[in-house]
Design a binder for this molecule. Structure first.
Ligand SMILES: Nc1nc2c(ncn2[C@@H]2O[C@H](COP(=O)(O)OP(=O)(O)OP(=O)(O)O)[C@@H](O)[C@H]2O)c(=O)[nH]1
Ligand SMILES: [Mg+2]
Length: 378
């Protein structure tokens, strides 16, 4: 049996999300001090300069702490995180960002482990992030995996960070995007962003990566059903996983099916016709071909300018997304709105007020064009 050490943040995460056998016993809150003259030294919080310097040095502990600031809902942490991000921005961008999606059980984690070790053997440093806003299930995929995926966890060139757990998809996506900046500044030149392809999260991931990879398992010949056309259209590459043993033939069949289905789609803007690969993460077959496909795509889009065009477009998109999210948060966290929203909601539910008028009432309160009930009484 082997033990994987968990750090403080992982423990917090496990406590919050995992109801598994991985129980961490409650410790004593504070050790009794035997020497009354002993002064407890409190760990000093890092300054922005120290964070930035640590990140640029590639210090994983500092990087993790800075990401924790990004994920924090404390406004002071948020402000500090923004300063760190701003200082790291000039050192970011020099990486390839690859989105990896697929239904639960498609083999994403096993694939990331197998490909990850291969990628680092090619002298890359890899950061694995995840977007999983619905991370109720098994504590948000990656952390559960972290204890399983030992070979990649122990790889010094790999940094794995579980999905920020709380919040709206927009919020989680912004945090992940900011985390990418810090990882790049810390010298990680390949970033994998994993997401479960069941909801809206793959669209969010698609909007922050250079390449989007769809993993698919071969089923009983009805592969094309049940897969959303929209996801297939986003894919720059498809990989049929688990092409081993008895599954080999089915996987090959699925590959040809998907390849012909993709041919029916109009030529993507990248002018790259997506290819379908088969691989086995267990037998470690087909992985080199997949990675060669990634490199070909990057070379092609680098040459025709799509890579840069796509990134600037994403930056523009994220400017608007950040504005939208900030406005939304400011509105919902406004004490005047908070005080009035419950009542408005109830009146809408009781059909005493139309939804449009209710919305206008609340917006007027927020923009100060309507006196709040409290103000009125005062
Ligand atoms: N035979 C075979 N089994 C595989 C392969 N890759 C993954 N599996 C198995 O498929 C199951 C699911 O794999 P995961 O890597 O956990 O899948 P996932 O997509 O990360 O799943 P979620 O995290 O739940 O979304 C596991 O039991 C793996 O052992 C493969 O290449 N061959
Ligand atoms: Mg997984």
């Amino acid at each position: 049996m082997s033990f994987t050490k968990i750090n403080h943040y992982e423990k917090e995460y496990i406590d919050a999300h995992c109801h598994s056998a991985l129980n961490v016993t409650e410790g004593v809150a504070e050790q009794p001090i035997t020497n009354p003259y002993f002064k407890k030294r409190r760990k000093r919080a890092l300054t922005v300069e120290e964070y930035v310097e640590g990140i640029l040095r590639g210090d994983i502990t500092v990087l993790s702490q800075a990401i924790t600031l990004i994920e924090s809902n404390n406004p002071a942490h948020y402000a500090q995180a923004q300063q760190i991000i701003e200082r790291c921005l000039p050192h970011s961008g020099r990486s390839v960002r690859i989105g990896i999606t697929g239904v639960p059980g498609a083999g994403k984690s096993t694939f990331i482990e197998a490909v990850g070790n291969m990628v680092t053997s090619l002298r890359h440093r890899l950061a694995v992030l995840a977007i999983d806003p619905s991370s109720e299930r098994s504590g948000g995929s990656i952390l559960g995996d972290k204890t399983r995926m030992e070979s990649i966890t122990n790889n010094p060139d790999v940094f794995i960070r579980p999905s920020p757990s709380a919040g709206s998809l927009g919020g989680v996506a912004r945090k992940t995007r900011e985390t990418i900046v810090l990882c790049e500044a810390a010298g990680f030149d390949v970033i994998f962003i994993e997401t479960v392809g069941v909801g809206q999260s793959e669209t969010a991931v698609h909007s922050m990566v250079d390449m989007f990879m769809l993993l698919q398992i071969s089923g009983a010949g009805d592969e094309l059903q049940g897969i959303k056309r929209g996801i297939m259209e986003m894919a720059d590459m498809m990989v049929i996983t688990k092409a081993d043993g008895e599954n080999l033939h089915k996987a090959e069949l699925a590959r040809t099916q998907f390849q012909s289905a993709l041919r029916l789609f109009p030529m993507p803007e990248s002018e790259w016709r997506p290819r379908v690969y088969t691989c086995s993460s267990v037998d470690r077959t087909g992985l080199e071909e997949v990675w060669a496909g990634v490199e070909q795509f990057l070379e092609h889009t680098g040459r025709n300018g799509y890579f840069t065009h796509n990134r600037s477009r994403q930056n523009k998109y994220w400017m608007y997304e950040t504005i939208n999210e900030t406005l939304r948060n400011a509105f919902y966290r406004d004490p005047r709105v908070e005080a009035a929203i419950g009542d408005c909601e109830q009146r809408v539910l009781d059909a005493r007020l139309s939804s449009f008028i209710a919305a206008k009432e609340l917006l007027d309160i927020y923009f100060g064009e309507r006196e709040t009930p409290e103000k009125h009484e005062a």
